[in-house]
Write a protein that binds this ligand. Structure first.
Ligand SMILES: Cc1cc2nc3c(=O)[nH]c(=O)nc-3n(C[C@H](O)[C@H](O)[C@H](O)COP(=O)(O)O)c2cc1C
Length: 287
Protein backbone atom coordinates (compact mmCIF):
# COMPACT_ATOMS: atom_id res chain seq x y z
CA UNK A 1 0.00 0.00 0.00
CA UNK A 2 1.17 3.51 -0.85
CA UNK A 3 2.82 5.40 2.01
CA UNK A 4 0.88 8.25 3.69
CA UNK A 5 2.29 11.61 2.63
CA UNK A 6 0.87 15.14 2.47
CA UNK A 7 1.32 16.64 -1.00
CA UNK A 8 0.64 20.35 -1.48
CA UNK A 9 0.35 21.76 -4.98
CA UNK A 10 2.12 25.12 -4.69
CA UNK A 11 0.57 26.41 -7.91
CA UNK A 12 -2.97 25.80 -6.67
CA UNK A 13 -2.36 26.98 -3.09
CA UNK A 14 -3.37 30.63 -2.66
CA UNK A 15 -2.05 30.88 0.90
CA UNK A 16 -5.50 31.21 2.47
CA UNK A 17 -4.30 29.72 5.77
CA UNK A 18 -7.30 27.45 6.37
CA UNK A 19 -5.20 24.28 6.47
CA UNK A 20 -2.82 25.88 8.97
CA UNK A 21 -5.67 26.72 11.31
CA UNK A 22 -7.33 23.30 11.28
CA UNK A 23 -4.29 21.03 11.66
CA UNK A 24 -4.66 19.44 15.12
CA UNK A 25 -0.90 19.18 15.64
CA UNK A 26 0.42 22.32 13.96
CA UNK A 27 2.03 20.38 11.17
CA UNK A 28 1.45 22.97 8.44
CA UNK A 29 2.74 26.55 8.17
CA UNK A 30 2.70 29.27 5.56
CA UNK A 31 6.12 29.62 4.07
CA UNK A 32 6.60 32.36 1.48
CA UNK A 33 2.85 32.60 1.03
CA UNK A 34 2.32 28.89 0.45
CA UNK A 35 1.16 26.12 2.75
CA UNK A 36 4.02 23.79 3.58
CA UNK A 37 4.45 20.76 5.78
CA UNK A 38 6.71 22.04 8.51
CA UNK A 39 6.16 19.60 11.36
CA UNK A 40 7.73 16.20 11.69
CA UNK A 41 4.60 14.14 12.15
CA UNK A 42 1.08 13.90 10.78
CA UNK A 43 -2.06 12.15 12.00
CA UNK A 44 -3.07 11.84 8.32
CA UNK A 45 -6.58 12.79 9.35
CA UNK A 46 -7.02 14.64 6.05
CA UNK A 47 -8.55 17.71 7.70
CA UNK A 48 -6.22 20.06 5.80
CA UNK A 49 -7.22 18.51 2.47
CA UNK A 50 -10.94 18.56 3.17
CA UNK A 51 -11.05 22.27 4.02
CA UNK A 52 -8.74 23.47 1.22
CA UNK A 53 -10.91 25.61 -1.11
CA UNK A 54 -8.38 25.15 -3.94
CA UNK A 55 -8.17 21.33 -3.63
CA UNK A 56 -4.42 21.87 -3.41
CA UNK A 57 -3.76 19.29 -0.69
CA UNK A 58 -3.72 15.59 -1.30
CA UNK A 59 -2.92 12.86 1.22
CA UNK A 60 -1.36 9.89 -0.50
CA UNK A 61 -2.02 6.35 0.66
CA UNK A 62 -5.55 7.01 1.91
CA UNK A 63 -7.96 4.37 0.73
CA UNK A 64 -9.93 6.29 -1.92
CA UNK A 65 -12.37 3.42 -2.20
CA UNK A 66 -13.51 4.09 1.35
CA UNK A 67 -15.25 7.27 0.18
CA UNK A 68 -16.79 5.72 -2.92
CA UNK A 69 -20.26 4.42 -2.26
CA UNK A 70 -21.99 1.83 -4.41
CA UNK A 71 -25.62 2.40 -3.46
CA UNK A 72 -25.83 6.20 -3.50
CA UNK A 73 -23.82 9.20 -4.60
CA UNK A 74 -22.35 11.49 -1.98
CA UNK A 75 -21.51 15.15 -2.28
CA UNK A 76 -17.74 15.37 -1.95
CA UNK A 77 -17.70 19.06 -1.16
CA UNK A 78 -16.69 19.91 2.40
CA UNK A 79 -19.18 22.25 4.07
CA UNK A 80 -17.93 24.87 6.51
CA UNK A 81 -19.68 25.22 9.89
CA UNK A 82 -23.19 26.60 9.54
CA UNK A 83 -23.65 25.55 5.92
CA UNK A 84 -25.64 22.38 6.55
CA UNK A 85 -29.38 22.19 7.07
CA UNK A 86 -29.75 21.71 10.84
CA UNK A 87 -33.46 21.09 10.49
CA UNK A 88 -32.85 18.17 8.10
CA UNK A 89 -30.13 16.77 10.33
CA UNK A 90 -32.27 16.88 13.45
CA UNK A 91 -35.19 15.35 11.55
CA UNK A 92 -32.97 12.42 10.54
CA UNK A 93 -31.69 11.99 14.11
CA UNK A 94 -35.18 12.12 15.57
CA UNK A 95 -36.63 9.83 12.91
CA UNK A 96 -34.18 7.03 13.66
CA UNK A 97 -35.95 4.78 16.11
CA UNK A 98 -35.12 1.23 17.17
CA UNK A 99 -36.77 -1.27 14.84
CA UNK A 100 -37.95 -4.56 16.30
CA UNK A 101 -39.94 -5.97 13.39
CA UNK A 102 -38.19 -6.85 10.17
CA UNK A 103 -39.28 -8.36 6.88
CA UNK A 104 -37.44 -11.39 5.44
CA UNK A 105 -35.82 -9.28 2.71
CA UNK A 106 -32.03 -9.54 2.69
CA UNK A 107 -29.86 -6.42 2.56
CA UNK A 108 -27.52 -6.22 -0.44
CA UNK A 109 -23.87 -6.71 0.41
CA UNK A 110 -23.08 -3.38 -1.29
CA UNK A 111 -25.45 -1.59 1.04
CA UNK A 112 -23.90 -3.20 4.12
CA UNK A 113 -20.45 -2.21 2.88
CA UNK A 114 -21.63 1.35 2.27
CA UNK A 115 -22.82 1.41 5.87
CA UNK A 116 -19.31 0.54 7.05
CA UNK A 117 -17.93 3.38 4.93
CA UNK A 118 -20.44 5.71 6.56
CA UNK A 119 -19.26 4.37 9.92
CA UNK A 120 -15.62 5.18 9.35
CA UNK A 121 -16.31 8.85 8.59
CA UNK A 122 -16.59 9.19 12.37
CA UNK A 123 -13.79 10.73 14.39
CA UNK A 124 -11.40 8.46 16.28
CA UNK A 125 -8.94 9.15 19.11
CA UNK A 126 -5.61 10.36 17.61
CA UNK A 127 -7.14 9.30 14.27
CA UNK A 128 -6.09 5.73 15.07
CA UNK A 129 -9.14 4.25 13.29
CA UNK A 130 -8.51 0.95 15.06
CA UNK A 131 -12.13 -0.06 14.79
CA UNK A 132 -13.36 -3.34 13.39
CA UNK A 133 -16.58 -4.27 11.64
CA UNK A 134 -17.98 -7.76 11.24
CA UNK A 135 -20.90 -8.21 8.90
CA UNK A 136 -23.39 -11.00 9.49
CA UNK A 137 -25.15 -10.80 6.12
CA UNK A 138 -27.92 -13.38 6.45
CA UNK A 139 -30.74 -14.29 8.78
CA UNK A 140 -29.02 -17.61 9.36
CA UNK A 141 -25.78 -15.97 10.52
CA UNK A 142 -27.71 -13.63 12.81
CA UNK A 143 -29.84 -16.49 14.19
CA UNK A 144 -26.72 -18.52 14.93
CA UNK A 145 -25.28 -15.65 16.99
CA UNK A 146 -28.66 -15.11 18.65
CA UNK A 147 -28.76 -18.77 19.72
CA UNK A 148 -25.33 -18.54 21.32
CA UNK A 149 -26.23 -15.35 23.14
CA UNK A 150 -29.50 -16.94 24.29
CA UNK A 151 -27.63 -19.99 25.52
CA UNK A 152 -25.29 -17.71 27.53
CA UNK A 153 -28.26 -16.00 29.19
CA UNK A 154 -30.02 -19.32 29.83
CA UNK A 155 -26.93 -20.48 31.75
CA UNK A 156 -26.71 -17.15 33.57
CA UNK A 157 -30.36 -17.35 34.59
CA UNK A 158 -29.88 -20.88 35.92
CA UNK A 159 -26.92 -19.66 38.00
CA UNK A 160 -28.82 -16.57 39.17
CA UNK A 161 -31.66 -18.74 40.49
CA UNK A 162 -29.32 -20.09 43.20
CA UNK A 163 -30.30 -17.97 46.20
CA UNK A 164 -27.46 -19.16 48.45
CA UNK A 165 -24.84 -18.52 45.76
CA UNK A 166 -26.13 -14.98 45.21
CA UNK A 167 -26.08 -14.38 48.96
CA UNK A 168 -22.50 -15.64 49.44
CA UNK A 169 -21.19 -13.72 46.43
CA UNK A 170 -22.80 -10.54 47.69
CA UNK A 171 -21.32 -11.12 51.13
CA UNK A 172 -17.79 -11.21 49.69
CA UNK A 173 -18.37 -8.01 47.71
CA UNK A 174 -19.38 -9.59 44.40
CA UNK A 175 -22.90 -8.31 44.05
CA UNK A 176 -23.16 -8.50 40.23
CA UNK A 177 -25.12 -11.74 40.14
CA UNK A 178 -27.60 -10.44 42.69
CA UNK A 179 -27.97 -7.16 40.78
CA UNK A 180 -28.54 -9.15 37.57
CA UNK A 181 -31.15 -11.29 39.34
CA UNK A 182 -33.11 -8.27 40.45
CA UNK A 183 -32.77 -6.17 37.27
CA UNK A 184 -32.61 -8.57 34.33
CA UNK A 185 -33.51 -12.11 35.38
CA UNK A 186 -37.31 -11.68 35.12
CA UNK A 187 -37.07 -9.86 31.76
CA UNK A 188 -34.77 -12.52 30.31
CA UNK A 189 -36.95 -15.33 31.70
CA UNK A 190 -40.07 -13.74 30.18
CA UNK A 191 -38.34 -13.25 26.82
CA UNK A 192 -37.26 -16.90 26.76
CA UNK A 193 -40.76 -18.07 27.55
CA UNK A 194 -42.15 -15.99 24.68
CA UNK A 195 -39.36 -17.14 22.36
CA UNK A 196 -40.10 -20.83 23.04
CA UNK A 197 -43.86 -20.28 22.75
CA UNK A 198 -43.94 -18.18 19.58
CA UNK A 199 -40.57 -18.94 17.96
CA UNK A 200 -40.00 -15.18 17.74
CA UNK A 201 -36.33 -14.19 18.02
CA UNK A 202 -36.41 -11.94 21.07
CA UNK A 203 -32.74 -10.96 20.82
CA UNK A 204 -32.13 -9.78 17.25
CA UNK A 205 -35.86 -9.36 16.53
CA UNK A 206 -35.67 -11.45 13.34
CA UNK A 207 -33.27 -9.07 11.61
CA UNK A 208 -31.73 -10.33 8.38
CA UNK A 209 -28.29 -8.84 9.00
CA UNK A 210 -26.12 -7.48 11.76
CA UNK A 211 -22.95 -5.48 12.09
CA UNK A 212 -20.67 -5.97 15.08
CA UNK A 213 -18.50 -2.96 15.80
CA UNK A 214 -15.31 -3.50 17.76
CA UNK A 215 -11.78 -2.29 18.32
CA UNK A 216 -8.27 -3.61 17.89
CA UNK A 217 -5.58 -3.25 20.56
CA UNK A 218 -3.69 0.05 20.54
CA UNK A 219 -6.62 2.44 20.16
CA UNK A 220 -6.46 5.33 22.65
CA UNK A 221 -10.27 5.49 22.93
CA UNK A 222 -11.54 2.12 21.67
CA UNK A 223 -15.12 2.22 22.94
CA UNK A 224 -15.68 5.86 22.00
CA UNK A 225 -14.36 5.30 18.47
CA UNK A 226 -16.55 2.24 17.95
CA UNK A 227 -19.68 3.90 19.31
CA UNK A 228 -19.26 7.04 17.23
CA UNK A 229 -18.97 4.85 14.13
CA UNK A 230 -22.01 2.96 15.35
CA UNK A 231 -24.14 6.10 15.55
CA UNK A 232 -23.11 7.00 11.99
CA UNK A 233 -24.24 3.54 10.87
CA UNK A 234 -27.59 3.86 12.66
CA UNK A 235 -28.31 7.22 11.01
CA UNK A 236 -27.05 6.01 7.63
CA UNK A 237 -29.24 2.91 7.85
CA UNK A 238 -32.34 4.98 8.53
CA UNK A 239 -31.62 7.30 5.63
CA UNK A 240 -31.18 4.26 3.35
CA UNK A 241 -34.55 2.76 4.28
CA UNK A 242 -33.27 0.20 6.76
CA UNK A 243 -34.38 -0.46 10.31
CA UNK A 244 -31.79 -0.89 13.03
CA UNK A 245 -31.60 -1.81 16.70
CA UNK A 246 -28.66 -1.95 19.06
CA UNK A 247 -28.46 -5.29 20.85
CA UNK A 248 -26.74 -4.72 24.18
CA UNK A 249 -27.46 -8.28 25.32
CA UNK A 250 -25.24 -9.62 22.54
CA UNK A 251 -22.37 -7.33 23.52
CA UNK A 252 -22.68 -8.33 27.19
CA UNK A 253 -22.66 -12.04 26.33
CA UNK A 254 -19.65 -11.70 24.04
CA UNK A 255 -17.71 -9.86 26.73
CA UNK A 256 -18.35 -12.62 29.28
CA UNK A 257 -18.08 -15.65 26.99
CA UNK A 258 -15.15 -15.37 24.53
CA UNK A 259 -16.23 -18.57 22.76
CA UNK A 260 -19.12 -16.70 21.11
CA UNK A 261 -16.78 -14.22 19.45
CA UNK A 262 -14.44 -17.04 18.42
CA UNK A 263 -17.25 -19.01 16.82
CA UNK A 264 -17.96 -16.17 14.40
CA UNK A 265 -14.31 -15.81 13.52
CA UNK A 266 -13.54 -12.61 15.41
CA UNK A 267 -9.98 -12.75 16.83
CA UNK A 268 -9.80 -12.76 20.62
CA UNK A 269 -7.73 -9.54 20.73
CA UNK A 270 -10.66 -7.62 19.25
CA UNK A 271 -13.24 -6.24 21.65
CA UNK A 272 -16.85 -5.86 20.57
CA UNK A 273 -18.58 -2.64 21.65
CA UNK A 274 -21.81 -2.69 19.66
CA UNK A 275 -24.06 -5.17 17.90
CA UNK A 276 -26.45 -3.60 15.38
CA UNK A 277 -29.43 -5.59 14.13
CA UNK A 278 -30.35 -4.50 10.59
CA UNK A 279 -33.05 -5.24 8.08
CA UNK A 280 -35.98 -3.82 6.19
CA UNK A 281 -38.61 -2.62 8.65
CA UNK A 282 -42.15 -3.91 8.44
CA UNK A 283 -43.86 -0.86 7.00
CA UNK A 284 -46.95 -0.49 9.16
CA UNK A 285 -45.21 -1.24 12.44
CA UNK A 286 -41.63 -0.20 11.95
CA UNK A 287 -40.96 1.15 15.45
C1 LIG B 1 -26.25 0.47 24.45
C2 LIG B 1 -27.65 0.09 24.02
C3 LIG B 1 -28.06 -1.21 24.10
C4 LIG B 1 -29.34 -1.59 23.68
N1 LIG B 1 -29.70 -2.90 23.72
C5 LIG B 1 -30.92 -3.26 23.27
C6 LIG B 1 -31.30 -4.65 23.22
O1 LIG B 1 -30.55 -5.54 23.63
N2 LIG B 1 -32.52 -4.96 22.70
C7 LIG B 1 -33.38 -4.00 22.22
O2 LIG B 1 -34.46 -4.35 21.75
N3 LIG B 1 -33.04 -2.68 22.26
C8 LIG B 1 -31.83 -2.29 22.76
N4 LIG B 1 -31.47 -0.97 22.74
C9 LIG B 1 -32.39 0.04 22.18
C10 LIG B 1 -32.99 0.93 23.25
O3 LIG B 1 -33.96 0.23 23.97
C11 LIG B 1 -33.54 2.17 22.54
O4 LIG B 1 -32.50 2.85 21.89
C12 LIG B 1 -34.23 3.12 23.51
O5 LIG B 1 -35.36 2.54 24.05
C13 LIG B 1 -34.62 4.44 22.81
O6 LIG B 1 -35.48 4.17 21.70
P1 LIG B 1 -35.12 4.56 20.21
O7 LIG B 1 -33.85 3.84 19.83
O8 LIG B 1 -36.28 4.12 19.39
O9 LIG B 1 -34.89 6.04 20.15
C14 LIG B 1 -30.22 -0.59 23.17
C15 LIG B 1 -29.79 0.73 23.10
C16 LIG B 1 -28.52 1.08 23.51
C17 LIG B 1 -28.07 2.52 23.40
Amino acid sequence: MEENRIEIDRDLCDGCWLCVTVCPIGNISLIKGNASVSGGESLFCGHCGSVCPQAAIHITGLDEEMSQYKTFTAEKQWLPPGKYNTSALVQLMASRRSCRRFTDQLIDRAMLEDLLKIGVIAPSGTNSQLWTFTILPTRRAVASLAEQVASFFARLNTTAEKTLLRFILKLIGKGELDAYYREYYPKVKGAFEEWYRSGKDRLFHGSTAAILVGSRPGASCPAEDALLATQNILLGAHSMGLGSCLIGYAVAAMKKDPSIQKSIGIPSEEEIHAAIALGYPMKSISV
